[in-house]
Unconditional design. Structure first.
Lengths: 113, 114
C-alpha cells in the first residue's frame, strides 16, 4: 500500500458525459501528479500540482482539467468524454516537486461506452 | 524531448532463469532513472532507482546500473520467481528542471513459469 488513495476504482459512463476522479496523496506529500495509461499511448503524464498550484502540464486535453485543494487532495475532471478516453488514470504523489520518488495510487479504470 | 525505450516484450522465462530487460534513454541534463513494476490489477510500485551516473539501484534481488556513457539502465535479476510475473516500466525524471514529471517506456510484460 503506497498511501495514495484514488476513488472510484472503476467508472463506466457514456460518450459526452463528465466525470470526476479523486486522489488523496500520502500524508505529508505536497505534490500530486496525474497520469493516463492506455493501450495505444502507454503511460503519459497529464498534469502536476504542488501545494495547490499547477506546476507542469503534459499531454492533457483541453476537455480535461484538474485542481488541488487546500487539504492537498486533487481532482481530475474529464468532460465531453469520447471512446478514446477509456484508460487507467493514475495519481501519484511526492514530498516536493523535484527528484523525489513518486508513489502511485491503485488507479481509476474509466470505460466510456 | 525526453524519451525511454524498453526492449520489446513479452518476456517468458522459467523459474530460476536469469532476467535482463533493456532500457535506454534520451534526456537533457542528468536525469534520475527508475524501474517501476505493475502487478496484475494493481498500481505502479517503485522497484529501484538511481539518481546519478554509476549508481546501482537494487531491491528484492533486482539490480540496475545507471550508465551515462551508454545512456542505459538495464534491469537484471539472477533468479526469477513466478511471483515476479508483472509489467516492468523504465522511467526517467529530468534533472534539469524542478518539475517532477516521469517519462515512461512502453513497459515489458514478464511471465515466469514454474
Amino acid at each position: 500500500d503506497s498511501g495514495v488513495t484514488q476513488t472510484p476504482k472503476h467508472l463506466i459512463t457514456a460518450t459526452g458525459q463528465r466525470v470526476t476522479l479523486r486522489c488523496s496523496p500520502r500524508s505529508g506529500d505536497l505534490s500530486v501528479y496525474w497520469y493516463q495509461q492506455s493501450l495505444d499511448q502507454g503511460l503519459q503524464f497529464l498534469i502536476q500540482y504542488y501545494n495547490g498550484e499547477e506546476r507542469a502540464k503534459g499531454n492533457i486535453l483541453e476537455r480535461f482539467s484538474a485542481q488541488q485543494f487546500p487539504d492537498l487532495h486533487s481532482e481530475l475532471n474529464l468532460s465531453s468524454l469520447e471512446l478514446g478516453d477509456s484508460a487507467l488514470y493514475f495519481c501519484a504523489s511526492s514530498v516536493e516537486a523535484g527528484k523525489e520518488t513518486q508513489y502511485f495510487g491503485p488507479g481509476t479504470r474509466l470505460l466510456v461506452l | 524531448g525526453d524519451s525511454v525505450t524498453q526492449m520489446e516484450g513479452p518476456v517468458t522465462l522459467s523459474e530460476e532463469a536469469f532476467l535482463t530487460i533493456n532500457c535506454t534513454y534520451t534526456a537533457t541534463g542528468y536525469p534520475s532513472l527508475f524501474w517501476y513494476v505493475q502487478y496484475p490489477g494493481e498500481g505502479l510500485q517503485l522497484l529501484l532507482k538511481a539518481t546519478k551516473a554509476d549508481d546501482k539501484g537494487s531491491n528484492k534481488g533486482f539490480e540496475a546500473t545507471y550508465r551515462k556513457e551508454t545512456t542505459s539502465f538495464h534491469l537484471e535479476k539472477g533468479s526469477v520467481q513466478v511471483s515476479d510475473s508483472a509489467v516492468y516500466f523504465c522511467a526517467l525524471k529530468d534533472g534539469g528542471t524542478s518539475y517532477g514529471k516521469l517519462t515512461f517506456g512502453q513497459g515489458t510484460i514478464l511471465t515466469v513459469h514454474p
